[in-house]
Design a protein around this ligand. Structure first.
Ligand SMILES: [Zn+2]
Length: 662
């Protein structure tokens, strides 16, 4: 059992009693990195904050001083030895309300083990206080083959049912067996991942991806940082990302591709450092200013062009401050010094595409441009939409000559690539680095369309994502020293497969056209459970996607983490229509039990998520483990090497294949 009474609070009140109310000691209210030892006096594992040897992170304490006093010094010690502030910068800053923050930037610890971190602070009246926490530097075992390339495939929001649904639709089930496998099903190793964030059992996508890129927990909405006590989006204690660490120590390159806006939480968690996942202007500037320089960022693709256009250009979303939604960035002097990064600037008129091109990037505005990429391209920027890219159902409909769905941006951006096409180009560029790469590929709208409870659209997103996985598996076969990890950041919408339709599509269409409306006509007469679900069958076109999702006796989906909605079981012609309106005249009302911050959308759940892995170092990804563990398993393979492959030869580059060197 954990101690119920926070020991730290008991000690603090004892100290205050001894000192007397007129001369109360300062109180240390936060100590970063976060630890159970500081928060509730627990010295036992699991240790909340862990790092690989040499991984950089900031130390920070928040101190509540007595009214009318200041904090004059803060001394951090690790295992009793004073942390030298130099060469890292340190700062003691008044943050308002008699609060101070004491920070050591860019600290690192190369010795494995559990370390005690303490901070002793002195108030201007001479009174002192001490707080203690801990962190662990994990041991990296040496030997075996190193994973040269690491590919993270994150199906945002993809729980077990999203995978099953994509398999039933795209591969079929007959006589009780799947006719064929998803690409992700063919990966040899499977694990179950827990997804909780630092401040909630239910994570959002920022800490849900930050855990894979840093090995640590973050609060919801935050990426690349630990929480602090200021409203500044850019001054939080930082943790070094995998891309930066492996660029610094192994000259690896970093690639980030997504079907979302490139500033969205999952892609940004692999390169940006901010407590606000919504700071689009600053995050996109950071990609060039920090990630190209410090992470060897060589590939960035997705939507989000609005952040890259100067404010004078129509469609620009660049923001001229550091505080509001979509903010630009400026980092404090101690961050600049401690992390060797530029200051940043409020520069709404910046032409960020031109600046990327000036840094040697080939820019593709659409799929035609992507296909025209010169073979010798070593840096690639692709921005295919103003915000999030359109989803596969609408992209495919347009490619088949079906035109632009209402509500979509297909008419404005008719030539958007599919995720497997982006993946091919990313691998072509990154595969040129003899020292390997880290590539994050996100299927973003599995989540976004699950939030929207748009069944057909998220199923096609999962199929699109699986086609990108297939490209990576092909690459891995030619480059055996590649580790592939397929997982999610969290489950979205409490999705499950509840059965199959008792009706033909013509009957469903007729029900909807005649007002549907009632539970009797739209639920009881439609939803076939158990035996009556049978085996819904979908024809797959040569483009790899279903000819139609509106087949007779189609698969039916339910949502356990839903908001109010209406259901008529038919494909929604309009993209992203409000669920307060959608199908309200054709369907029946389904009462939800959750809403997301006033938005009528399904929410994330705390359910565990599946993980599949293959290639060099993949054997470690088995069992039930925390999301931060996945980072350390991958880093073990990249830094220390691995002998525990499903197939011992998997890490050995084969002569005449790929770009391996040995
Ligand atoms: Zn989500």
């Amino acid at each position: 059992m954990k101690p119920v009474i926070p020991l730290r609070l008991l000690l603090a009140s004892a100290a205050a009693l001894l000192a007397g109310s007129a001369f109360a000691a300062p109180t240390i209210t936060r100590l970063n990195p976060p630890s159970a030892l500081f928060s509730y006096g627990d010295t036992e594992p699991p240790y909340i904050s862990r790092f690989v040897p040499g991984q950089r992170f900031d130390l920070q304490a928040t101190i509540q001083a007595d009214p009318g006093t200041t904090i004059t010094s803060a001394v951090f010690k690790v295992n009793g030895k004073t942390v030298a502030a130099s060469p890292a910068a340190s700062a003691l800053t008044a943050i308002g309300g008699d609060k101070f923050s004491a920070t050591v930037r860019g600290f690192s610890d190369s010795q494995s083990g559990v370390k005690t971190l303490s901070v002793r602070v002195t108030q201007s009246n001479g009174l002192q206080a001490t707080a203690t926490g801990n962190y662990e530097v994990v041991e990296i075992e040496r030997g075996g083959r190193k994973a040269k390339n690491i590919i993270w495939l994150i199906g945002d929001g993809m729980g077990i049912a999203h995978r099953t649904a994509a398999r039933i639709v795209s591969q079929g089930v007959a006589l009780g067996k799947s006719v064929d496998d998803l690409a992700m099903d063919t990966l040899p190793v499977t694990g179950i991942v827990t997804t909780h964030s630092l401040n909630s059992i239910v994570t959002d996508s920022a800490p849900g991806a930050h855990c894979y890129s840093t090995g640590n927990k973050a609060n919801n909405g935050q990426e690349g940082v630990f929480p602090d006590d200021t409203s500044d989006k850019w001054d939080n204690p930082r943790i070094e990302h995998m891309g930066s660490y492996l660029a610094r120590t192994q000259d690896k390159w970093l690639g980030i591709i997504t079907t979302a806006d490139v500033e969205d939480a999952t892609p940004a968690a692999f390169a940006a450092s901010t407590q606000d996942r919504g700071a689009g202007t600053g995050i996109c500037d950071m990609y060039l200013d920090e990630a190209v320089a410090n992470h060897n960022l060589h590939v960035l693709m997705g939507g989000g062009r609005k952040w890259f256009l100067p404010s004078s250009t129509a469609g620009s979303a660049r923001v001229g401050n550091t505080t509001s939604s979509g903010a630009d960035y400026v980092v404090p002097a101690d961050v600049q010094a401690g992390w060797s990064v530029p200051a940043g600037a409020v520069d709404p008129s910046r032409d960020l595409i031109a600046d990327f091109q000036g840094a040697g990037f080939y820019y593709a505005p659409d799929n035609t441009g992507l296909n025209a990429m010169p073979a010798n391209t070593k840096k690639l920027l692709g921005l295919f939409n103003s915000g999030h890219m359109d989803v596969s159902l609408d992209k495919i409909q347009n490619r088949r000559g079906g035109g632009a769905a209402p509500g979509s941006l297909i008419a404005t951006y008719p030539d958007q690539p599919m995720l497997d096409e982006m993946t091919n180009k990313a691998l072509a560029v990154l595969g040129k680095n003899r020292d390997g790469f880290v590539l994050m590929i996100e299927g973003a709208s599995i989540d976004k369309q699950a939030h929207n409870m748009d069944t057909e659209r998220w199923i096609l997103e999962a199929i699109e994502f699986d086609r990108a996985i297939d490209r990576c598996i092909e690459f891995q076969k030619a480059n055996p020293d590649t580790l592939i990890i397929v997982t999610a950041d969290h489950e979205c919408a409490g999705i499950n497969i509840i059965g199959g339709s008792l009706l033909t599509n013509a009957q469903l269409v007729n029900n909807a056209a005649t007002g549907g409306g009632t539970v009797a006509s739209m639920r009881t007469s439609v939803v076939g459970t158990y035996d009556n679900a049978k085996f819904p069958a979908y024809d797959i076109a040569t483009d790899g996607f279903p000819v139609t999702m509106d087949v007779d006796h189609k698969m039916l989906i339910g949502y356990a983490a839903s908001a109010d909605r209406y259901e008529d079981w038919l494909t929604n012609a309009t993209y992203n229509q409000s669920t307060a309106v959608r199908d309200s005249t054709s369907g029946f009302f389904v009462a939800g039990q959750a809403t997301s911050a006033g938005v009528q959308a399904a929410v994330h759940t705390a359910s565990d998520i599946p993980l599949s892995a293959g290639g060099c170092g993949s054997a470690a990804f088995t069992g039930v483990f925390d999301n931060t563990d996945a980072y350390f398993k991958a880093m073990q393979a990249a830094i220390g090497g691995t002998n525990d492959n499903p197939n011992r030869e998997q890490c050995h580059p084969r002569r005449g294949h790929g770009h391996g060197h040995w």
